[in-house]
Design a protein around this ligand. Sequence first.
Ligand code: M6R
Length: 361
Amino acid sequence: GKGGYDHYMLKEIHEQPTSLRQTLRGRADPATGDIALEDFPPGTFEEISRVQFVACGTSYHAGLVGSHFIGSRGLPAQTFLASEYAVSAPPVDENTLVVGVTQSGETADTLSALRRAEAGGARTLAVTNVVGSTAARECDDAMFIRAGPEIGVAATKTFSSQVVSLSLLGERLVRDVVGRRSDDTQDVLSALADLPDHVQRILDYTKAHRVAKRYRDSDSYFFIGRGSVFPVALEGALKFKEISYEHAEGFAAGELKHGPLALVTPATPVFAVFTGRHDRKTLSNMKEVEARGAPVVAVASETNEEIVQYADDVLTIPDTHPDVAGILANVQLQLLSYHAAAQLDRPIDKPRNLAKSVTVE
Ligand code: M6R
């Protein structure tokens, strides 16, 4: 059942402290920096020279976070929309690891991208929530995200657990291939260990319902982010349109002035995601939209006074490592979408035209 919540989506958002603890359990020790992934002992990926992620929807956004994490630590990595992978035909060889990110393990586009990679001679790995799923069975290897069953069509707790899983897998890959721990390994692992408590704090003090109400009569909703949170901007917009049926778009913060700024008016609130890294640049993008009269809602650390001062509203997140901040920001955006859709009386767990698992190409 829904455990006292009005919707599975809200229940699953609130389950994240628990699901994240399950994802992390026994896999990382911040004190020593050790990473213990059941099927992937040190050296597992020594032969790998590059990584490609294939996925759809929310899982694609998790893949984008994963390739940013790995790529910025020295291992070439890219993320592809699974439905585009076949037609964009990236080269693969036996030193390529192709990672299918799929909550259900049954998404047809992702399965066919993985089959194509396999036929090209790549090594394949499924990152999935479902033991015994087609992706888990067909790939050379599988890593389980252990989020527990997700009923709501909107993916919430599985996104957080995917990003955590890809960070741990990413650390393993970087150590095996680059040959040493990344410089900030221990900081990342302690930020991950703190994540369940940090998410709980957001759930306890969020103002997302008030922000959703304040902007409920807007024409359109824009989300911007840079670097590790560009994918969070995309995910914020996907969730918003999926369950509220309001128009929403996510942009790389730096791209606004290359076109989308033409759409910005006082009736288009802009949600800007900050991580503590590259904030100065995103702050100037925030000022660009403010100059056009758009309200700006910052999703940022409560301790960043300059951002707090400039924004019309702030959805705050606890201070953490910049590569982990996106998971926290995304929880605030999940709540924003949920409350916007609830205030519009949408059928949140079963949005029109959508299915939980998309088994046709
Ligand atoms: O099961 P998968 O992770 O492969 O599903 C991929 C997408 O269909 C899925 O993430 C979809 O975008 C969600 N409904 C978004 O909330």
